[in-house]
Design a protein around this ligand. Structure first.
Ligand code: HEC
Length: 148
């Protein structure tokens, strides 16, 4: 490859990287508003939350001066347009922060369902699974205007 070709390849990479990012966002094929967890998961998650998370994030999920709130605007401020895979991984790898990764996969799935239900996302028929490839395709988006 001569210098000119290299320069061209570099240019192509630079332009196509942001484009492919947009593309993958647009390709989101499951919406968080279709119901991506079950009521049963969220209810189990509520129990797991009380046992493992409430001591820091408080029973009402609103946190305190040392621990962030997991609700509403504070939640969306951090998680809007991120994928469920990112939220799942954060919880799985870092929470509870005094004993990270200490819970079972099912418990982390249940906790994610509980966090979503607490933030007014709807339950549905399909159970949420810790399948990163699938969770990557589900973005945390505000309620679409047309369904309000
Ligand atoms: C020992 C205290 C403690 C416990 C227990 C704990 N957390 Fe956290 N959590 C924190 C702190 C401090 C942060 C902020 C720092 C960070 O993001 O790592 C945090 C951040 C988070 C975040 C990212 C910030 C946000 O606003 O979304 C999530 C999600 C979360 N915790 C979920 C959980 C869940 C679920 C549990 C229970 C399995 C849990 N935490 C247990 C202290 C705790």
């Amino acid at each position: 490859m001569n210098k000119k070709t290299l320069k061209f390849v570099g240019y192509c990479l630079a332009v196509s990287a942001p484009l492919s990012l947009n593309h993958s966002l647009a390709q989101t094929d499951s919406s968080i508003w279709d119901g991506v967890f079950t009521e049963a998961q969220a209810t189990r998650g509520e129990t797991a939350y009380s046992a493992n998370c409430a001591s820091c994030h408080s029973t009402d999920l609103r946190g305190n001066s040392n621990t962030p709130s997991l609700l509403g605007m504070s939640f969306m401020f951090i998680w809007e347009n991120q994928s469920l895979a990112e939220l799942y991984t954060k919880m799985r790898n870092e929470m509870p922060s005094d004993n990270p990764g200490s819970l079972s996969t099912q418990t982390y799935e249940d906790l994610l369902a509980f966090l979503l239900r607490s933030n007014q996302f709807p339950a549905g028929e399909q159970a949420l699974k810790a399948d990163t490839a699938k969770l990557t395709k589900i973005s945390i988006t505000p309620k679409p205007v047309f369904s309000q």
